[in-house]
Design a protein around this ligand. Structure first.
Ligand SMILES: Nc1ncnc2c1ncn2[C@@H]1O[C@H](COP(=O)(O)OP(=O)(O)OP(=O)(O)O)[C@@H](O)[C@H]1O
Ligand SMILES: [Mg+2]
Length: 250
């Protein structure tokens, strides 16, 4: 594949942390390409290295080794990621603002064309994440799931080309989860590229063109769900995932 067709290209990305227990290698030579317009879901147990991978791509951590290219250009950790929308694992918005004020402020800051920061655009965004009935509620007064919806909306504010979402449906009720999956599918139809981490295998199955499976920092599989099921000769992603983890850790 030509580098221009890639949204993000990650090559042998590694990360060691130095903590009280010494050095831990959280990510081991991760190589993957996220193509323009596709949805990739990254799966892995707690501690597998998903958030580390996301933070490296976003430049919040410096890699111990490896390279990241975005739309054909090499990215250093310090380079701004203006065209990448991001939902962190633990999202916290400014509690003093209302939902509407917060999103409008972000869309303006992101330097998006005026029509993305217009009243209509903000209300449309709120509608898509199911928050249009409470635009004037203060962030401090939102429930956990409502806060997560605002987190998703802020990742989309400013019309980014690529979305990196660390557990986008965490904290949402079943209907909320379904709404967000529909929303992500509609974003894909609009040509957005999405890379997200999740523990919810059914949503990954529904959404993703390709899945990545991380086990103890190493990418053990990258490809379409069907190929993964064939690899393990299983009917469900759940069974395949358990086999992959068991095989890699035994
Ligand atoms: N700042 C840090 N200092 C030391 N070790 C860290 C640090 N951040 C993460 N780690 C370790 O790196 C490993 C990978 O953590 P990471 O948060 O990337 O996992 P994850 O796959 O996102 O897990 P989860 O599903 O629980 O969110 C874990 O062993 C974790 O303890
Ligand atoms: Mg994580």
């Amino acid at each position: 594949m030509h580098r221009d067709e890639a949204s993000i290209e990650v090559s042998r990305l590694s990360k060691f942390y130095t903590g009280r227990e010494g050095r831990i290698q959280a990510l081991k030579e991760l190589t993957l390409t996220i193509k323009r317009g596709e949805i990739i879901g990254l799966l892995g147990q707690n501690g597998a290295g998903k958030t580390t991978a996301v933070k490296l791509i976003m430049g919040f951590l410096s890699p111990t080794g490896g390279d990241i290219f975005f739309q054909g250009k090499r990215l250093n950790a310090a380079d701004p990621r203006r065209k990448i929308g991001y939902l962190p694992e633990s999202f916290r918005a400014n509690p003093n603002l209302t939902v509407y004020e917060y999103l409008r402020y972000l869309a303006t800051l992101a330097g998006a064309p005026d029509h993305h920061a217009s009243h209509e655009a903000i209300m449309d965004l709120l509608h898509q994440v199911g928050m249009h009935t409470v635009p004037n509620r203060r962030i401090s007064d939102l429930s956990k799931g409502m806060g997560q919806r605002v987190g998703l909306a802020q990742a989309f504010a400013g019309d980014p080309d690529l979305l990196i979402l660390d557990e986008p449906t965490s904290g949402l009720d079943p209907i909320g989860k379904g709404d967000i999956i529909e929303f992500l599918l509609s974003m894909k139809q609009q040509g957005k590229t999405i890379f997200f981490c999740s523990h919810i295998l059914s949503e990954v199955e529904r959404l993703c063109d390709r899945i990545g499976i991380l086990v103890e920092g190493r990418l053990k599989f990258l490809g379409p769900v069907d190929d993964f099921l064939r690899k393990w000769d299983v009917a469900t992603l759940d069974d395949g995932f358990k086999r992959e983890v068991r095989c890699a850790t035994s």
